[in-house]
Design a binder for this molecule. Structure first.
Ligand SMILES: [Fe+2]
Length: 257
């Protein structure tokens, strides 16, 4: 049967919506509670909706009973401090799973390439229902920072770089595309991330904000891209060697037992 997927994502796996006028809103992201949660860089997260309404960020599939990234429970003590953010996450009318604000410290392009990953949003998602995609609403003004997306992690020619000014609104099929953010700046970046179920509600929402499935990439010199590939391969080899050494040590410990 398969999942319901929106044709807006078919070509590139992302859509960019009209920019939201972020300047009209209070900086609600400064009022909510963050927890340490490591994800692709130096990060903290402030959940607005979680598996059971607690201030925690674990994937819904890691709870008991495990379930997919849908039916998030809104966290009253957070949402009462962030009514605009909550309203924006609910606006499409699609089922919401995890909803949280990410705080990301500045990093380098090479860090971002090393951090590229795909999400696991559709783990346990029942066949015949909507595919989970994720919205990224940039809250702080980071016009020189960008979401880096790759269809193939090891092929820089498949890369798109979407700039992140205040009010920038992206929706990404994060289980299809490798993704991470390169945040150039001196202070943390904040972004609202929401898991939505694909379906007619989300499709209409994308239409109403004039979603486009291809935008010009933020320019990055080819030598920066090439150097990052070399650095990424070096770090990957280093990590593989460290893991191999650790498992060798485990074997030695076991053999003494
Ligand atoms: Fe992700």
């Amino acid at each position: 049967m398969g999942y319901t997927k929106l044709e807006q994502f078919e070509k590139t796996g992302y859509v960019v919506l009209d920019r939201y006028d972020q300047s009209q809103d209070p900086a609600e992201w400064n009022d909510i509670t963050y927890v340490d949660w490591k994800s692709s860089g130096v990060t903290r997260f402030a959940p607005l909706a979680s598996a059971f309404g607690q201030i925690e960020c674990d994937g819904f599939w890691n709870h008991t009973p495990p379930r997919t990234d849908k039916d998030g429970v809104w966290i009253d003590e957070q949402t009462k401090k962030s009514p605009r953010l909550t309203a924006r996450a609910k606006e499409p009318g699609a089922n919401v799973g995890r909803c949280r604000v990410i705080e990301l410290q500045p990093n380098e392009y090479a860090d971002c390439i090393y951090n590229l990953h795909r999400d696991d949003n559709n783990r346990l998602n029942p066949d015949g229902t909507g595919w989970i995609v994720r919205g990224f609403f940039n809250l702080t003004d980071n016009p020189d920072s960008m979401m880096i997306l790759r269809e193939d992690r090891d092929d820089p020619s498949t890369e798109s770089r979407l700039a992140l000014p205040a009010g920038g609104q992206l929706i990404v099929d994060t289980q299809r595309l490798w993704h991470a953010v390169w945040h150039q700046g001196d202070v943390a970046r904040y972004c609202l991330i929401t898991s939505w179920e694909s379906g007619p509600e989300l499709g209409s929402y994308i239409e109403s904000y004039h979603g486009v499935d291809e935008v010009e990439s933020y320019p990055v010199p080819q030598e920066t891209i090439d150097a990052a590939q070399v650095e990424y391969r070096r770090r990957r080899a280093e990590r593989a060697a460290a893991l191999a050494a650790r498992s060798q040590a485990d074997v030695e410990v076991l053999s003494e037992a």
